[in-house]
Design a protein around this ligand. Structure first.
Ligand code: MRU
Length: 348
């Protein structure tokens, strides 16, 4: 894999470096975090975003925290457990954050006799493994996913499920990268993704840097393009997938899935197994993050709506499994019935 830019998150000595995605594509600036609170802030303010990248950030925040907690071992365990809770709460919808926190916390639970130095060491190793494994996982998702992309396909994607949303390479964009590597005639339509514009600012930027032909469209143009036969397949990422395959992703994904079904266009979700929340029987229980209404009433920091108009800003929606053609994971493309396929993929 060739590196196209600095990764969205990495260690820089004793600090965690986070590429500030709020100012991309025009400025490439790194935030150096030396405390878990700084990483939590970067997650909450969307300097780092995308469910898998947020999971990695959570893991690295905990390893920074472990270095900082002083006192006796019992005190360390208590304070570390409280920090885990705080990190988990940084963003509610993506499953990868709590998955990563649980994976780190299990180090403490599974080693009741370990001292502080040993625990710090194991936490750091586990956090680094979560980062490294994410890249490997995405490469596997790409390998499976490219098989469902037809020759010369015009692929619609939504939001940013790319290298920036993961440790590198991306999930949905990883599928596109892998397909394009095999067939350079593959091209992409990237929806701008109101209100935060991840598609306009991030996906088109990433794809251009990767040399993959991309055309930016407004979200409202997708139906028209589909009706004109200009889209062959849609691939999107996921923030949380319930046990029956219902999928939470960026607000507007549901709309795209319904449109795709109306026009007989295959609609794929690409995500690592860490995005699956087996404890949720269906999508109705997925917590949906509500963001500042100012993101809706304003554009580029400038108010566009009349003073005082109420606005709601749910950051995610849930696409019912019946609209999803397949879920591309690192162990293969899951097909209906999703309940059975998901349990098999997770080995439960
Ligand atoms: O609010 P964001 O930008 O974190 O939302 C991101 C998405 O919805 C992505 O599609 C999802 O996290 C998958 S990223 C591989």
């Amino acid at each position: 894999m060739t590196q196209q830019w600095m990764p969205p998150i990495y260690r820089d000595g004793d600090a965690v470096a986070i590429l500030d995605q709020r100012i991309l594509p025009h400025h490439e600036k790194v935030i150096l975090c030396t405390t878990p609170e700084q990483v939590i802030r970067a997650i909450k303010t969307m300097a780092i975003r995308g469910a898998p990248a947020v999971g990695v950030a959570g893991a690295l925040a905990l390893s920074l925290g472990a270095e900082k907690i002083e006192g006796g071992v019992e005190d360390f365990r208590r304070r570390f457990s409280r920090l885990c809770q705080k990190v988990k709460e940084a963003r509610p919808t993506g499953a990868n954050l709590s998955w990563a926190v649980e994976r780190i916390y299990s180090v403490v639970v599974e080693n009741p006799k370990a001292g502080i130095a040993e625990l710090r060491d194991m936490i750091r190793t586990r956090a680094d493994a979560i980062l490294a494994e994410d890249v490997e996982t995405n490469l596997q998702i790409g390998k499976w996913g490219r098989e469902v992309i037809p020759r010369g396909a015009r692929v619609l994607t939504y939001c940013n499920a790319g290298a920036l949303a993961t440790a590198d390479y991306g999930t949905a964009v990883g599928v596109i990268r892998a397909a394009h590597e095999k067939d350079p005639s593959v091209q992409v339509y990237s929806c701008e993704t109101r209100p935060f514009l991840q598609g306009a600012r991030l996906t088109s930027f990433e794809l251009m840097r990767a040399g993959i032909p991309v055309t930016l469209i407004t979200d409202n143009a997708a139906g028209s393009l589909m009706s004109q036969g200009k889209i062959d397949v849609a691939v999107v990422g996921a923030d949380r997938i319930a046990a029956n395959g219902d999928t939470a992703n960026k607000i507007g994904t549901y709309m795209m899935a319904v449109l795709a079904r109306t026009h007989d266009i295959p609609f794929y979700v690409a995500a690592p197994r860490s995005t699956i929340d087996i404890a949720l029987p269906d999508g109705s229980g997925i917590p949906i993050e509500q963001r500042d209404p100012a993101e809706v009433t304003h554009f580029n920091g400038k108010k566009v709506a009349p003073e005082g108009v109420p606005a709601v800003n749910p950051a995610f929606d849930v696409t019912p499994n019946k609209y999803i053609t397949g879920i591309i994971t690192e162990v293969g493309v899951l097909k209906r019935p999703y309940g059975k396929a998901i349990r098999k993929a997770l080995g439960v």
